[in-house]
Design a protein around this ligand. Structure first.
Ligand code: SIN
Length: 287
C-alpha cells in the first residue's frame, strides 16, 4: 500500500471563485497527517475540492469523511429512507434515480434541484458534504456550486446594510428538490439562522440563504422580505460565482456548506445515476 509523505498537493482551480481539483492522490492509500491537513486546507481555501478517478468502497468514504470532522448522522431514522439504504453502512446516504420493482432505491431521485445548503433546516447544520459518483448519466445531472463569499463581497452595499445582523427563517420538506407550497407535510424541519454567516475557521462571511429553503427575513414585512430575498438569490446565483461540475464515475467532491450552496441540473430519467453521500457534523449554531 502506497504511503504518501509529501505534503505539497497538486491543486488546480476549477473556476474563478470556487472549487479546486486535488490531483495525484489515491484516497484508498494510507495518507499521513501532513497530507490530510493539506487536503483540509485546500477545502477551506476553495470551498469545494474534487478528486477524480477514485475507486472507493463505502468504508473508504467513511474514513475520508473523517479527514474533515465527525461523520454526520442522517437527518431521519433509517425507516424513512428508500429500500436501497439497507445496503449501506450507517450514515451513508444514497442519491439515485434507480428503481427496483417500481420503487426508487435512493433519495433525491429525479431531475433538477434548486440551490440550497445541505441541512440548513437544522439547528446546527452539517459543515461539509462528500459525494462520490458510482454511476452517472451520459449528460446532465451536473452539480452547480456557488460561492457565498464572492456573492457577499460583491453584494450591493445598500442591501448588505439592510440585512447585516438579521436572521432568516428556513423550511424544508425532506426530499423536495423544488420550492413549493410544502407547508403542512408531516416530514419537515425548520430553522432560523443569520442571513450572513461567519465561517468559524476562515473568518470569512458568506450569504447564507437559498432559493429552495429560505422562507422569510425575520421581523420584516413579507413583501419587503420577498424583495430582498429575491435580490439575494439572483445575485448569489450569478454565473460568475458558480462552478458547474460535470460528473465522471469515480469523482469524489467535498464541499463546505458554511460558505457555498449547490444545485443540480436536469438529466435523462431513463439513465442511471447513483452517488453515495456523507456529511460532517457542524460544531456550532451559525453566527
Ligand atoms: C444534493 O444536493 O445533495 C444532491 C446533489 C446531486 O444529486 O448532484
Amino acid at each position: 500500500m502506497a504511503i504518501m509523505t509529501e505534503a505539497r498537493l497538486d491543486i488546480v482551480k476549477l473556476s474563478q471563485h470556487i472549487g479546486a481539483e486535488v490531483r495525484g492522490i489515491d484516497l484508498r492509500a494510507k495518507l499521513d497527517t501532513e497530507i490530510i491537513q493539506a487536503i483540509r486546507r485546500a477545502w477551506l481555501d476553495h470551498a469545494v475540492i474534487l478528486f477524480r478517478g477514485q475507486d472507493l468502497a463505502q468504508e473508504d468514504l467513511i474514513r475520508v469523511t473523517g479527514f474533515f470532522g465527525e461523520l454526520g448522522k442522517l437527518a431521519r431514522p433509517q425507516e424513512f429512507f428508500p429500500k436501497g439504504y439497507a445496503r449501506l453502512l450507517p450514515n451513508i446516504m444514497m442519491i439515485s434515480n434507480i428503481r427496483e420493482n417500481g420503487q426508487t432505491i435512493g433519495a433525491l431521485p429525479d431531475g433538477e434541484m434548486m440551490f440550497h445548503h445541505d441541512m440548513l433546516h437544522a439547528e446546527v447544520p452539517h459543515d461539509a458534504t462528500l459525494l462520490y459518483a458510482v454511476e452517472v448519466p451520459t449528460y446532465g445531472g451536473d452539480t452547480l456550486f456557488a460561492s457565498g463569499v464572492a456573492a457577499y463581497e460583491t453584494l450591493d452595499p445598500a442591501i448588505r446594510a439592510k440585512l447585516e445582523g438579521r436572521t432568516a427563517f428556513h423550511h424544508y420538506n425532506y426530499g423536495s428538490t423544488q420550492r413549493g407550497d410544502d407547508r403542512g407535510v408531516a416530514a419537515f424541519s425548520e430553522s432560523t439562522h443569520p442571513v450572513f454567516r461567519t465561517h468559524r475557521e476562515t473568518g470569512r462571511k458568506a450569504i447564507y440563504v437559498n432559493r429552495l429553503m429560505t422562507v422569510g427575513i425575520v421581523d420584516l414585512p413579507q413583501a419587503e422580505s420577498d424583495a430582498l430575498l429575491n435580490a439575494l438569490f439572483d445575485h448569489s446565483e450569478r454565473p460568475e460565482f458558480v462552478y458547474a461540475h460535470v460528473w465522471r464515475k469515480g469523482d469524489l467532491l467535498v464541499w463546505d456548506n458554511r460558505c457555498s450552496m449547490h444545485a443540480r441540473t436536469d438529466f435523462p430519467s431513463d439513465q442511471r445515476r447513483l452517488l453515495y453521500r456523507t456529511t460532517v457534523m457542524g460544531q456550532e449554531r451559525p453566527y
